[in-house]
Design a protein around this ligand. Structure first.
Ligand SMILES: [Zn+2]
Length: 255
């Protein structure tokens, strides 16, 4: 993957923490526009977070109740480890804090996390099963996602968020049974790409199983493919065309 796309595979570096913060916020705001475009919005559900590069126990997130398609960089809010909004004047979704604060705390390597009630992800989650390696794309999740095999209501308390973080383990994604998908990454780019492609892998497996019995990719080939399409760099690279398209189409996202 890296060899195929050498120019895109260079992850950005920054001269100052302010530059890095702005970069993360721009990627985050653009990701909400993409989630809106893909139809991942449902009422007030769904959140994407990115860790602040300076205050690493804080994260940036969407303001509660704002349509994903309207979110601009200046609308993002920053939340500290107690759930207090320390930048921005909107409220934070309580479930966003309960889940994402615990995922960020459990995984210091994770820069960003994405969750929404997307239709194929939540449909698949109702089956209480992991995805199978039935396509090249689905191999990104081969032996790299988990199932949170429980559902007890809207996640509002930190203990529940902690259990989700525990179920995620060191994987890139977790299927929350009867709820939806949650993905993480070393960048916003990566976390959001995993979400988009995982949603589509759920769709593909639902379609394939509705039509017949899918042939599974053999373990050795699935492991090799996972190393090709499932790496951090691959996730980052795969996001770049989407970012280019949405920011050219909707430049007000940078306001
Ligand atoms: Zn949710």
């Amino acid at each position: 993957m890296t060899a195929l796309l050498p120019d895109l595979a260079h992850l950005p570096t920054f001269d100052s923490v302010e530059d890095e913060r702005l970069h993360r916020k721009q990627r985050l705001a653009a990701s909400f526009r993409l989630f809106g475009k893909f139809g991942f919005d449902e009422g007030v559900a769904g959140h994407i977070t990115v860790r602040d590069p300076e205050h690493t126990d804080r994260f940036w997130v969407n303001p509660f109740g704002m349509n994903f398609k309207h979110i601009r960089v200046s609308d993002l809010i920053c939340v500290d480890h107690t759930g207090a909004v320390v930048e921005g004047d909107a409220m934070v979704n309580r479930a966003a804090f309960a889940i994402h604060s615990q995922v960020h705390a459990a995984r210091p390597d994770v820069v960003a996390a994405a969750h929404s009630h997307s239709i194929y992800g939540k449909s698949w989650s109702a089956l209480g099963r992991l995805l199978d390696p039935i396509t090249q794309d689905a191999c990104a999740f081969f032996e790299d996602h988990a199932l949170f095999d429980d559902y007890t209501g809207v996640v509002l308390d930190l203990e529940e968020g902690k259990r989700i973080g525990h179920a995620l383990g060191d994987h890139k994604a977790v299927i929350l049974r009867n709820h939806g998908l949650l993905t993480v990454g070393h960048s916003v780019d990566e976390a959001v790409w995993w979400f988009i492609t995982m949603e589509r892998s759920c769709q593909a497996q639902l379609l394939a199983e509705a039509a017949g019995t899918p042939v599974l990719i053999e373990e050795e080939a699935a492991t090799l493919t996972a190393s090709q399409v499932g790496s951090h760099v691959s996730g980052y690279v795969s996001f770049q065309p989407l970012y280019a398209k949405i920011t050219r189409e909707q430049p007000d996202v940078f306001d």
